[in-house]
Design a protein around this ligand. Structure first.
Ligand SMILES: Nc1nc2c(ncn2[C@@H]2O[C@H](COP(=O)(O)OP(=O)(O)OP(=O)(O)O)[C@@H](O)[C@H]2O)c(=O)[nH]1
Ligand SMILES: [Mg+2]
Length: 298
């Protein structure tokens, strides 16, 4: 039986997860890969793609809220715990697509990825059942427009990486929108994607009117992030094919898909595998000045 490779698309609410699932699935299909999308967000009532398996067939947040008298957050947590209890249903539903490439559209509640254990246990059960998975964690680029917001995004991302304990790539989504707040950006886009020397951002935090009173806390947080040195992001404008190629190269390495024999290697696929051989501007897939016109260069 062939192994099933795939990715779990996670991230805060509205970070672009469902849009990414739809677009990356179409992109991979255009490269000849057999892809299925699985919706595991029980609050996702209007799907923008065709789901091979949909958790809503098992449970919806709306039903839980009505019958269990819970709010949207509690309803979501209950639903994920219910999915865990009904893993046999989930596994049987997925088994019909064995051997295909799976893209899992996950809920937007970050506690599922940072400290609640049910989602993690579902992932472990999938891995135990032979799925080779990586996490693709999306963070909206609007987090870059204030130093305090960016630090909180870094903490949230690090926390998800440590909690989920699986191959992980991070994406700064909607980078096309960064033009709209380019005048507010303290640094160039590379600073945010590479997460360069955090002392620069510490200086901003120590001057920012909201964060300057927490000087020691700011320094401790920056020290913690520096100590792990784990977080970096790939930029993504979902309409930019160069970004999709870059993201594909990374997730295929992360879950070991690149070692899978037998995928059709057309010219575009070969191009997509030429990771690391491009100049920096191509690697980022952007015109650097577009996003940093009025910002400092480091
Ligand atoms: N400009 C721009 N908008 C994007 C991009 N990706 C997604 N969006 C928009 O961001 C909004 C939210 O996208 P979704 O895909 O619904 O986000 P989500 O993370 O699935 O949201 P939840 O499931 O509610 O957590 C939509 O209006 C998308 O069209 C992008 O690369 N650029
Ligand atoms: Mg969604």
């Amino acid at each position: 039986m062939p192994a099933s490779f795939g990715q779990l698309v996670m991230g805060p609410p509205g970070s672009g997860k469902s849009t990414y699932c739809k677009e990356i699935a179409e992109f991979l299909k255009s490269l000849g890969r057999e892809v299925v999308i699985v919706n595991i967000d029980p609050a996702n009532d209007e799907l923008i793609y065709e789901a091979a398996v949909d958790v809503s067939d098992l449970i919806t947040v709306e039903d839980v809220m009505t019958h269990k008298n819970l709010g949207p957050n509690g309803g979501l947590i209950y639903s994920i715990e219910y999915l865990e209890k009904n893993f046999i249903w989930f596994h049987e539903s997925l088994s019909k697509f064995k051997g295909k490439y799976f893209i899992f559209d996950c809920p937007g509640q970050i506690e599922l990825y940072t400290h609640h254990n049910s989602f993690k246990r579902i992932v472990e059960k999938l891995q135990g059942a032979g799925f080779k998975l990586c996490a693709v964690y999306l963070v909206d680029s609007h987090y870059c427009n204030e130093p305090g917001k960016f630090i909180s995004a870094l903490l949230m991302t690090l926390s998800a990486m440590l909690h989920m304990e699986m191959p992980h790539i991070n994406i700064l989504s909607k980078v096309d929108m960064m033009q709209e707040f380019a005048d507010k950006l303290p640094f160039s886009l590379e600073y945010f994607t590479e997460v360069m020397d955090l002392n620069y951002i510490l200086e901003c935090l120590q001057e920012d009117k909201f964060t300057k009173k927490y000087k020691k806390l700011n320094a401790a947080i920056v020290d913690l992030l520096d100590g792990y040195s784990l977080v970096s992001f790939l930029p993504l404008n979902i309409k930019d094919k160069r970004h999709l190629v870059q993201v594909k190269n990374n997730f295929d390495k992360a879950n070991g898909y690149i070692y899978k024999a037998g995928e059709k290697t057309d010219v575009q696929a070969l191009l997509a595998c030429a990771v690391g051989s491009q100049p920096e501007s191509d690697r980022l897939g952007i015109d650097r000045d577009l996003y940093s016109a009025s910002t400092h260069d480091l």
